[in-house]
Ligand binder design. Structure first.
Ligand code: HPA
Length: 285
């Protein structure tokens, strides 16, 4: 089959072959730079490397393994993308979002996207966690361009509330319970792989961005278009270019992500447990 949906169906079939038939993930999770350690919190029942998935992109960048992890956390069935592929690796937008769409086609109803990002807003410091309230994706190509596939969403999907208010409220509840500060802001996706120039960071601020990164927004577009509930959390690993005297490096980004990973993991684990809890009964009126 030559269509994107056809390729995704082949991917679903090859993943299903590697899984117990009754394993249906409820929550999808994309682990960003330096957050691969979160896999330790999952009771993993199956690991499926991307290279074993028909038609799947294989990740290359340092620090990103490429595999799906199936398992449970606090009893919630989930599938985690342990590693993702990026536009800056040269992949077409549809390939970049293939793992996210696959998670949806495998049955996930909610997806939590995590990433490392540079802080643009003065209040964001390295080590902070930022809940994404909205994004700017217009500087990167749309993953929805091309022939319309109704099963992947409407031709002109609404994007007025990409990041689910329900999940955002649960993330704040989770942060309070585990005692982790959770800031909020708008994420702007840059094409990368070069970090921004100081002028580009000023542009990002002018456009209304609080943080800049190289992933997530196009994944959120694809996930929201197909009807998934989306949450996004950035680990602010550095002040964006020009806002601190130090030059940026991938090593620094990974080191800061690793330092924040304990808080990040506690927050994620609590949020996932909440996603598995039955909805709170409506209070009597
Ligand atoms: N810019 C873009 N992507 C990033 C940054 C940054 O400053 N930090 C981590 N990922």
């Amino acid at each position: 089959m030559g269509t994107e949906l056809g390729r995704l169906r082949e991917a679903v079939a090859s993943v299903r072959e590697a899984l117990p038939a009754d394993l249906v993930p409820r929550v999808g999770l994309a682990l960003g730079s330096g957050l691969g350690g979160f896999a330790e919190h999952i009771d993993v029942t199956a690991r499926v490397p991307y290279e074993r998935i028909a038609g799947f992109p294989v990740s290359s960048v340092e620090g990103h393994a490429g595999r799906l992890l199936f398992g449970t956390l606090a009893g919630v069935p989930l599938v985690a993308m342990d590693g993702r592929v990026h536009l800056y690796e040269g992949y077409a937008p549809a390939n970049v979002v293939a793992p996210v769409r696959l998670l949806g086609l495998l049955g996930a109803k909610a997806i939590i996207l995590t990433n490392a990002a540079g802080g643009v807003a003065p209040a964001l410091e390295p080590g902070d966690l930022m809940l994404i309230t909205d994004h700017i994706a217009t500087l990167v190509p749309s993953p929805l361009a091309g022939p319309h596939e109704p099963e992947l969403g409407p031709r002109f999907p609404d994007m007025s509330e990409v990041y689910s208010p329900r999940l955002r409220a649960l993330a704040h509840d989770a942060a309070r319970e585990v005692g982790v500060a959770l800031k909020e802001g708008v994420y702007l996706q840059m094409p990368g792989p070069a970090y921004e120039t100081p002028a580009e960071v000023r542009m990002a601020a002018t456009l209304g961005a609080d943080a800049v990164g190289m992933s997530t927004a196009i994944e959120a577009v694809a996930a929201h278009a197909m009807g998934l509930e989306v949450a996004g959390i950035s680990c602010i690993t550095n002040k964006a270019a020009g806002l601190s005297p130090a030059p940026l490096s991938h090593e620094e980004v990974q080191a800061m992500a690793a330092r924040a990973s304990k808080d990040f993991a506690a927050l994620l684990a609590n949020l996932i447990a909440r996603l598995g809890a039955p909805p709170r009964a409506a209070s009597p009126s």
